[in-house]
Design a protein around this ligand. Structure first.
Ligand code: GDP
Length: 470
């Protein structure tokens, strides 16, 4: 669903406040609103939306709205941040200026940054409500961004001309396909029961559990229907291929896991309940973590230890301990042999894939981070306080959070882990590896504020605004 929607080309709208960004944004997505409601994830963040023009569907984002659009006043989010966000994420950028006010310094600053953009930038001269104002748009040639596109978002005048040009240059990407909900890789050491598990999932025994030398070397994925949803099991042939011949073949199983993990949303790391958890199990888990995938721990062969409470308890504790670097990964206990709990894995995989697509609003995120930093302030660097200016969820799959701080290099790993925990406590993201990035805040008025100015002021204003909006 949104995994596919998120692969659609993205057009970002940037511009200082009051140039008519949201009017243009609404005019472009307006027609689609009703349809968009049906796409999970896309409506969770009011700054992202889908638009369609001449049969092409694309996503649009108002980066100003996303950053709380505090471009004026003492707690301004900088023009630079807004533009950089667009330049990092978008396939095309519409830079909106106002013909009725002409060029102001914030326009110039944005233009200076946008001249470095690697994607097409469309200079949109809004509020050109009549022919005279259209002519006045030629002033904007000075910004060094090519031809201005005079239009009137309010009157709908010449908006189509802009869209014609934008869609012509957008990269070709697949239209959203609403039905694959999860790509699941099943990885683990040899003989933990991966093939048996796949067999059980497919409700059939045609797949041979023992050696199957000579089968295709190409990676083959298998699709299973689950509650009318499509789940793809990644690289099923890869698992069959080597069968029982992989004794001690740590490198081979790691290599294969790496390849499968790359193509998956969620990784089920299978371990054998009959054996101790080894460093190789941990290694495979680490691969999934480093790829920022969804992770589920699968303790297979539960039937072997079920009658022995002591062993069962010991295994469970050992699994949690040895996987303590992913304390948020859910554990599914199962037996591929008896089929017990096998469906649980699919249920959990679909759930984790969904969590990876979750997007939290900038306002709520900032409120959460502010509280976290009050409860447990970050350690200072060279005697200077580390200040969090604001945070935003930059993307999904994996959920990626960008924090703008005064000393990004000063954020200790333990504080990063703490923030992750607080984000999880508040929003969930069950089973999803999160990605956190700390960026230095560009030169903005905020840096000249006195030291005791409350951090994340923009966030609280943003939060207020979003609660006003319901
Ligand atoms: P793979 O190398 O990870 O694909 O492991 P296989 O699926 O080939 O299984 C290895 C061995 O473990 C086979 O003999 C299976 O029958 C056995 N096995 C798999 N799952 C279970 C289980 O849940 N319980 C028990 N007792 N044996 C299992």
């Amino acid at each position: 669903m949104t995994s596919n929607a998120d692969q659609l080309p993205l057009v970002a709208f940037v511009g200082r406040p009051n140039v008519g960004k949201s009017s243009l944004f609404n005019r472009i997505v307006g027609r689609r609103k009703a349809i968009v409601q049906d796409l999970p994830g896309t409506t969770r963040d009011r700054n992202y939306d889908l638009a369609e023009w001449r049969g092409r569907t694309f996503r649009v984002v108002d980066t100003g709205g996303m950053l709380g659009e505090q471009l004026e006043g003492p707690y301004a989010s900088s023009v630079e941040d807004q533009v950089r966000l667009a330049m990092n994420e978008a396939d095309a950028i519409c830079f909106i200026v106002d013909v009725q006010t002409g060029i102001v310094s914030a326009d110039e600053e944005m233009a200076r940054l946008l001249r470095e953009a690697s994607q097409p930038v469309y200079l949109v001269a809004n509020k050109a409500d009549n022919n005279d104002l259209e002519l006045a748009a030629s002033e904007f040639y000075q910004l060094g961004l090519g031809d201005p596109h005079p239009l009137s978002a309010h009157h709908g005048r010449r908006v189509g001309d802009l869209l014609d040009e934008v869609v012509e240059w957008l990269p070709e990407m697949a239209a959203p396909q609403a039905d694959i909900v999860c790509r699941l890789a099943i990885v683990g050491r040899p003989n933990v029961g991966k093939s048996s598990l796949i067999n059980a999932l497919l409700h059939e025994q045609r797949m041979i559990v023992s050696d199957v030398a000579g089968t295709t070397r190409d990676a083959v994925d298998t699709e299973v229907a689950f509650d009318d949803q499509r789940v793809v099991l990644v690289d099923t042939a890869g698992i069959r291929r080597r069968g029982k011949v992989e004794y001690g073949a740590e490198k081979a199983s790691v290599r294969r896991a790496t390849a499968a993990v790359t193509r998956a949303d969620v990784v089920a790391v299978v371990v054998d309940a009959g054996l101790d958890i080894t460093s190789q199990d941990q290694h495979i888990l680490q691969i999934a973590l480093e790829a920022h995938k969804g992770i589920i721990l699968v303790m297979n062969k539960l039937d072997l230890i079920k009658d022995d409470d002591v062993i069962e308890d010991r295994r469970k504790r050992q699994l949690r301990w040895r996987s303590r670097f992913v304390p948020w990964a859910p554990i599914v206990w199962m037996s591929a042999l008896t089929g017990e709990n096998v469906q649980e894995l699919l249920l959990m995989a679909v759930h984790v894939a969904e969590e990876r697509r979750m997007r939290v609003s900038t306002g709520k995120l900032n409120a959460c981070i502010r509280r976290a930093n009050i409860d447990h302030p970050p350690a200072s660097v060279h005697g200077r306080a580390v200040k969090f200016l604001y945070a935003t969820q930059a993307s999904v799959e994996p959920p990626t959070f960008v924090f703008f701080v005064n000393y990004p290099e000063g954020i200790h790993f333990s504080h990063e882990r703490y923030l992750q925990r607080r984000i999880r406590d508040e929003f969930g993201f069950q089973g999803a590896a999160l990605k956190l990035a700390f960026r230095k805040r560009g030169s903005t008025p905020l840096q000249t504020q006195q030291e005791d100015a409350p951090d994340l002021q923009t966030a609280s204003q943003d939060a207020k605004r979003s609660s006003n909006n319901g």
